[in-house]
Design a protein around this ligand. Structure first.
Ligand code: DGY
Length: 323
């Protein structure tokens, strides 16, 4: 590491991480809230040895070329890396790292929060009060659905999916899951989780919660046909990436009563939201807040910084993304 090492941070991140990065070289921060346009980003990374980026930045071969031959590492402050062309960077000898683990609890908490808000009609009740709509306690008023003995169908039983399953178990739910491969038998046993093919999971789950990464295989995994396959009383929760769900098909399925409701933290074309969803009472919406706690965002930035320090120092990164 030399004094002239240049580290470009594309978005404001925790000071703790900036302090760490300064141990490795000069840190260039955009110092603004707005996402850099592609041309601005290319200009900003020129001469970078390391880039610390977020999920809003498209990181691909041309961007690495704009940085130049010194670029050694791209550390994305996120667990998901669908915005990074990992093979193109690997071809150029650039290491890519992400931030798994540190955001597991925060994201699982939010998924479960959406589930509770949806099934107990918390958002709807709050809107009713804020609109000063007349109401009174009544034994039949705004009844929701309980969770005990209901089946939670998890799509993608990775770290976050498992953390959601643990929360669901505490609420008395049964766990089914699907994914590219079976989980470790010890994990299945701990969670009491049974593996089902996607079609069976959609048919049998009372709640489907999405925790798979966005890839070409999972883009629109939940499309019109998948929504039709779900139970009419079922709820859909999405805290992974918006394009895993065909948002227009979801709006239609909700309008047609094919499923009972949806809790969404992520959207196909963020920050836009399919307008029909905004008007539906059986939909709970949050603006991509899965990892948004002070502690988690700090831990994510610090992990990204440690990855940069490791690579620039000639050590293996703590959390590399495999090409
Ligand atoms: C991630 O890490 O991939 C989240 O979407 C943002 O924290």
């Amino acid at each position: 590491m030399s004094e002239r090492t240049r580290i470009v941070v594309t978005r404001p991140i925790a000071h703790e991480a900036i302090r760490l990065l300064r141990q490795a070289g000069e840190v260039a921060e955009p110092g603004r809230e707005a996402v850099l346009e592609p041309a601005e980003l290319r200009a900003a990374v020129a001469g970078a040895d390391a880039i610390v980026s977020t999920l809003q930045d498209r990181i691909d071969g041309p961007l690495a070329d704009a940085a130049g031959p010194g670029l050694a590492v791209v550390a994305t402050v996120a667990v998901g890396y669908d915005n990074v062309d990992v093979p193109a960077l690997a071809e150029r000898g650039v290491t890519v790292t992400n931030t798994p683990g540190v955001l597991t609890d925060a994201t699982a908490d939010l998924a479960f929060g959406l589930l509770l808000a949806l099934t107990r009609r918390i958002g709807e009740g709050e809107r009713l009060l804020r609109a000063r709509t007349p109401w009174r306690f009544d034994l039949g008023f705004m009844l929701g659905s309980g969770l005990r003995d209901r089946t939670l169908g998890i799509v993608g039983l990775g770290q976050i999916g498992q953390a959601v399953a643990r929360r669901a178990r505490a609420f008395g739910m049964e766990i089914a899951y699907t994914g590219r491969r079976r989980a470790d038998p010890a994990v299945e046993a701990e969670l009491g989780a049974r593996y089902l093919p996607l079609a069976d999971l959609l048919r049998s789950a009372d709640v489907v919660s999405l925790h798979c990464p966005l890839t070409e295989a999972t883009r629109h995994l939940i499309d019109a046909a998948a929504l039709r396959a779900m139970r009419p009383g079922a709820f859909l929760i999405n805290t992974t990436r918006g394009p895993v769900v065909d948002e227009r098909a979801l709006a239609q399925a909700l309008a047609d009563g094919e499923i009972a409701g949806a809790g969404l933290d992520v959207f196909e074309n963020e920050p836009d939201v399919e307008p029909r969803l905004l008007g539906m009472d059986n939909v709970v919406l949050t603006p991509h807040l899965g990892s948004a706690t002070v502690e988690t965002r700090t831990a994510m930035a610090v992990l990204a910084a440690r990855n940069v320090l490791a690579v620039l120092g000639g050590d293996p990164p703590l959390s590399p993304v495999r090409a």
